[in-house]
Design a protein around this ligand. Structure first.
Ligand SMILES: NC(=O)c1ccc[n+]([C@@H]2O[C@H](COP(=O)([O-])OP(=O)(O)OC[C@H]3O[C@@H](n4cnc5c(N)ncnc54)[C@H](OP(=O)(O)O)[C@@H]3O)[C@@H](O)[C@H]2O)c1
Length: 242
């Protein structure tokens, strides 16, 4: 039997990219899904027969309201986020606040309000980034927010351990989703940038949404039952060599 069989899992950012691939993989492995995102049409496209929740995870009152009606959960993949390019000096305060909100405040609020809905023995996975582990130019606010996500996973692992709830973060390298497409569209040299994204790791290719989803599935299932409070890079080996 699959380690996710019969588990009720919530996925944020489930209408596209990594979240969509994860929701579909978890369903194929027998989980019951609650899909959250800001657009109902894309959530329905991911899995028409799941529960769909239109939710801006940065909205404290909206997340609190949802948590009051949410059934008990076996796990959450807190995946929603958004890239912001720019250096510290070029990023205005309002853009910094927006990057922190979508990448860090969102998962914080989800953990704050939905933690009490988690069943003992459950598992939560936060989606960080390999550039929250290693600094690169021109993604300052995003990188800082993702570094915060990694620490949030460790703090939650500690706080939730007495209830036997685990929490880990995964730190993907570049995956060709809408987020990366938008970055390439804004580039003066999209082909050069794309080649650079693939060349940066020893395996010399970008990752796929399904590869990231499979790691999240492992962490959400009982087979990873003694793994908590860690940040796992999934980046073709980039973290090992630079
Ligand atoms: N692709 C990469 O190379 C890469 C690398 C490392 C980490 N990541 C992380 O992986 C996660 C998924 O990204 P992706 O690559 O799959 O890109 P994506 O397709 O753009 O997915 C981002 C998702 O987040 C949702 N979202 C954004 N703001 C939201 C908000 N305020 N409230 C609720 N949902 C919100 C979006 O849904 P709606 O717009 O419908 O609300 C969207 O489904 C992100 O946390 C990203 O930082 C991606």
């Amino acid at each position: 039997m699959s380690a996710l069989q019969g588990r009720r899992l919530l996925v944020t950012g489930a209408g596209s990219g990594i979240g969509r691939a994860a929701a579909r993989l978890f369903r194929d492995r027998g989980a019951d899904l609650i899909l959250a995102g800001r657009r109902l049409d894309t959530l329905r496209e991911t899995l028409p027969d799941a529960i769909h929740v239109v939710l801006d995870h940065t909205d404290d009152a909206a997340v609190a309201t949802f948590a009051r009606e949410c059934p008990e959960l076996d796990g959450m993949l807190l995946n929603a986020g958004g890239l912001l390019l720019g250096s510290v000096e070029s990023t205005p305060a309002a853009d910094f606040d927006a990057a922190i909100a979508v990448n860090l405040r969102g998962p914080w609020l989800m953990a704050h309000h939905l933690g009490p809905r988690m069943k003992p023995g459950g598992s939560v996975v936060l989606v960080g980034s390999n550039i929250g582990l290693r600094a690169i130019p021109d993604s300052a606010a995003y990188s800082v927010a993702k570094a915060g996500v990694h620490m949030l996973a460790k703090v939650l692992a500690l706080e939730w351990a007495p209830r036997r709830i685990r929490c880990n973060a995964i730190a993907p390298g570049p995956i060709r989703t809408a987020m990366v497409e938008a970055r390439l569209a804004a580039s003066a040299d999209p082909e050069g940038d794309l080649a650079a994204l693939s060349a940066v790791n020893p395996l010399k290719r970008m990752g796929t949404e399904v590869e990231v989803a499979a790691l999240a599935a492992h962490l959400l299932g009982s087979e990873s039952g003694w793994t908590t409070g860690i940040v796992i890079p999934i980046d073709g080996g980039a973290d090992a060599v630079y």
